[in-house]
Write a protein that binds this ligand. Sequence first.
Ligand code: XMP
Length: 407
Amino acid sequence: MILIVDFGVQYSHLIARKVREANVYCEIIPYTYSIDEIKAKNPKGIILCGGLLKDINNLEVPVFDAQIEPDTETVNNFLYNECGASKDWKLEDYCQDTINRIKAQVGDKKAICALSGGVDSSVAALLVNKAIGSNLICVFVDHGLMRKDEGDEVEKVFKQQFNMNLIRVNAGERFLGKLAGVTDPETKRKIVGNEFIRVFEEEKQRLKDKFGHIDFLVQGTIYPDVIESGTATAAIVKSHHNVGGLPEDVDFELVEPLRQLFKDEVRKVGRHLGLPDIIVERQPFPGPGLAVRCLGEVTEEKLKILREADFIFRDEIKKANLQNKIWQYFAILPNIRSVGVINDKRTYTHTIALRAIHSSDGMTSDWVRIPYEVLEKVSARIVNELDSVNRVVYDITTKPPATIEWE
Ligand code: XMP
């Protein structure tokens, strides 16, 4: 194991990537760790990123002082020649180790997991399921703000394919009720977030009444989340993204099987465990779901139009084989009606906006130059197949100044 000590520079995680790609295991820690804490981790080598640690040489392990990002050859030389590291870290072994560790941690007690169908919570749940079987109870709160067929897909994968203990709470009407008449974006986000927590808490209480105490909560925390909250220079851009997350709960001990993995490693683990592409390849999806893509008041009628338009967009992107080349793509219902004409008759119906972006972390983004022919097909299908839409526009704004989502 190689320790990477982060002094708040951008390239710590890039070095971590290079180490993992060299099949050597590594962890990033903030520079605030004491020499004793570092020693307790028993590293074979230490890489200092952007700073120096007093007394580090007392540890008698090789130290690399990275003032700038080193190239792969330099990193490999340090790992193999100076530290004597062997190239034996494999994700498959990591899976099995993690499963064993969870078995030891949870034993025959029960664990609960809020499964959203996103990559992280899905892979986390599956790993824990491999370790403790039906002692893991997954709660899937369907807030009715998912994309077309998504709720059913999630249920099918986990219940039928993996035979997992999954409870689907169909709370769509409840969420829509709370959202009725609300148009302010932040208020909408808060309502969905709070209601999500309330539904989960109710379900948790029901399960406690049924099974007695539940000791563990599974969370899909991944490595970048740990780095961001663990280092002195933590990025704060994500603070509003806790919507759809759960508050800290002292009742539970946490099980976090993905804590050491990067996003693409999480995907590899998912594939290794047999998760289908619809889950493994899933693009980022906001916790408040379609509520933030259906501008103004959220109604079932508007959601229905948005879902269909979004489905057509995704379908055409897939047909054009672009689905893995675009970071995120979706439709928005901007709550605008405009005048159109069809069969000599005037129409006054909805506009659909399309957004497709490239990004590496969601913090900045550029819009995707989707071929005109693809956009043409999407537009034609949306206005032909949906009576209530007569206009389609494409969002060509970078982030900043625009955000990726419209609300
Ligand atoms: P913005 O709109 O802030 O989005 O540019 C950046 C990325 O974050 C996603 N997003 C969310 N993810 N809960 C999440 O888990 C949320 O509440 C949320 N809001 C936005 C967004 O889809 C984009 O990928």
